[in-house]
Design a protein around this ligand. Structure first.
Ligand SMILES: [Mn+2]
Length: 337
């Protein structure tokens, strides 16, 4: 037994897996949603849920504001993921996965969801305000994919190799390949169960981690060239101006995870990546290696959120302004450490 793990902060108002399963079985039409700028946990969870509902004989749509990212297009069932339509559609049930706020489902997605009888919200972000009718937030789970595995398994819902592969992608990517501190004994047990479903971990990991387009590394080269350190090297950051992204021909999914190169530096406590977006906003991603430097708190002060060790925000104003304000907050957070 691991006695250092805190008891789950699953509040009493969480819907049980049995209650959620009953709602899934009792309805016919579903739309499965997740957050903008989807990561492996978002898309893997969406596809796994979509496949499970399909195997139950349900009518299922799986929408994402960005559709299926090129780098996750190998996931079995990936073709389920589409862009939202222009006209709103009605559903019995909306299932929102891995999405800390309703707004993060995306403007086009939200506009495309018409009437719905029930909203289900399954997530692991502690900052989730518990939107929806049936809510299950487990902030101890390192990935929404882990919650979904326990949900599907415990409720005798479909869980075949294709679903398992998507859940492995979700858990593996959100735990940094089982490295981050939220990775528990339970995570490894679930990973073992997933492997027993028949997935080939070597092949899958190669597609997840050793199949990057070359332009991603060309981007990394430029970013490292402009790397900046503050607070005696405890804060490391780099920025991607829109003009640079256009010049390099990179697409948004290329920069996912590049921040890990900053986090991996000895002495760095907070890593920050600033990305200038087309809409004039600045996307800020933050990582911390020390819970006392809570980047979720910092991001909340800029109307963002996330986890203590991984959080983000979207800021209005210029890139220079965002860099100045966020770095100042990060320096303040690491100075006492
Ligand atoms: Mn997640």
């Amino acid at each position: 037994m691991n006695t250092t793990v805190e008891p789950p902060q699953v509040s009493l108002t969480n819907s049980t897996f049995a209650e959620i399963a009953a709602v899934l079985r009792a309805h016919e039409s579903f739309v499965v949603l997740s957050h903008v700028r989807p990561d492996g946990d978002a898309l893997g969870s969406q596809i796994a849920m979509g496949l499970a509902l399909q195997q139950l004989g349900k009518k299922v749509k799986v929408w994402n504001e960005e559709g299926l990212l090129e780098k996750f297009s190998f996931l079995p069932g990936g073709e389920l993921v589409t862009l939202p339509p222009n006209e709103p559609e009605d559903f019995d049930v909306v299932v929102a996965l891995d999405t800390a706020t309703r707004q993060r489902l995306g403007d086009n997605v939200l506009a495309a969801v018409g009437e719905a009888k029930v909203w289900i919200n399954i997530d692991h972000h502690p900052s989730n305000p518990r939107y929806g009718d049936l809510v299950h937030i487990d902030s101890i789970a390192p990935a929404t994919g882990q919650i979904l595995f326990e949900f599907l398994q415990s409720q005798d819902l479909p869980l075949d190799e294709a679903i398992a592969e998507n859940l492995f992608a979700a858990i593996s990517t959100d735990t940094g390949s089982f490295q981050y501190p939220n990775t528990t004994d339970r995570t490894f047990e679930i990973a073992a169960d997933i492997l027993r479903c028949g997935i080939k971990v070597g092949e899958l990991s190669q597609r997840l981690y050793e199949s990057y387009p070359r332009r991603r590394i060309e981007l990394l080269r430029v970013l490292l060239d402009h790397m900046r350190f503050d607070a005696d090297g405890k804060v490391a950051s780099f920025s991607l101006p829109l003009a640079m992204a256009n010049e390099l021909g990179v697409i948004p999914e290329d920069n996912e995870g590049l921040i890990d190169h900053l986090r991996a530096i000895q002495g760095v406590i907070i890593a920050i990546f600033f990305e200038e977006l087309e809409d004039g906003k600045v996307r800020v991603s933050m990582r911390s290696k020390d819970e006392r430097a809570d980047v979720c708190e910092i991001c909340k002060s800029f109307k963002g959120g996330g986890h203590k060790l991984a959080a983000g925000a979207r800021m209005t104003g210029s890139l220079d302004d965002a860099v100045r304000r966020v770095i100042a907050a990060a320096v303040e957070a690491v100075n006492p450490l």
